[in-house]
Design a protein around this ligand. Sequence first.
Ligand code: GAF
Length: 393
Amino acid sequence: MKKKLISATTEHFKTIFQHEPEAVFLSPGRINIIGEHVDYNDGFVLPAAINKYICFAISKSENDECTVVAKDLNESYQFNWKDEVKPVDKMWVNYMLGVLHQLKERNFSLKGINIVFSSTIPMGAGLSSSAALECGFGYALNKLFKLGLSREEIALIGQKSEHTFVGVKCGIMDQFASVFGKKNKVIKLDCTSLEHEYHSADFKKYSLLLIDSNVKHTHLTSGYNTRREEVEKGLAIIKNRFPLIKTFRDCTETQLNELKEELEETIYKRCHFVINEIRRVNEAVYALDRNNFEELGKLMFETHEGLSKEYEVSCEEVDFLVDFVRNEKQVIGSRMMGGGFGGCSINLVEKGSEETLFVKISEAYLQKFGIQLNHYKVKIAKGTSKVKTKIIK
Ligand code: GAF
């Protein structure tokens, strides 16, 4: 699948530009085991890069002209490197222009490029195709023009471009996971310091199964940004009462409860979720390191409850997916994954039972919502990388 993507992208480049690309890059999507909506709340998260990618075939052009071709959409976009970079009305272009804008802000001087990209990351499934696009593009430019950016800077550029050119005030998790992924490892990331450590992603007799609801509710951006405002409001009140508290990770549930009367109900619920989700990530890593998958699964179910009832970022369809598997003995953990309002559930499932489970849940889902489900059995892969020439040929 990876090879097919690389060769299809490269061939398309050759057809359009009539020469070989100078380089080819792969930028992965991500999953997240636990730690949802806490990256922008100074929490910890536990994501990993996966074997679904955006592939970029790229060369410098002879002048300042840039041509970007989105193979899968059959669309292209042209501009001049010297032009002022502003958001346009094509969303996929904005992910890339945002990165160029960030590079300009840092006074890098680039030249024109020709680029073709193609993807195997399902869009709108909560697997971060957007971070893969931003970071893969940033990584490719960094290599092509020898800009000397570190992986961390590339991730931060990706995040900033999403804030400025896409309008989602996202945290750093997606970009970080895409750039820093390691084969068979999950990343425990401290979202304040960006310190991170890798933990084994060997789930022994269990595998990770993503079930894609195939729904994407349109209020994702507004819902996401509203959640940020709500927790910021809550944290300001907490800090005012307890001056020693700097971030959510310093706050206990008992301290929050002391403020229950003072906080609006919605704000209380959001903060309650965040404090408990940060705790759950630490407990999940402890469980994972000890191969205690039953405990890990239990924490995943708890996370879902919080996301659904307190943070209110799930939806009827994804709640259905999680509720359904609660009664299936071969599933020990399940929850919505990513920003929410649709997308995938992530499930810890006994190896060998994935297909039977999928057939059963698909039938029930189709009957209830009239929508066909998709599923992905993902492998944990390495982060953004340059493809070796011998693989391209
Ligand atoms: C989206 C965001 F981009 C991430 O930063 C993160 O907040 C996630 O939602 C929720 O955990 O993917």
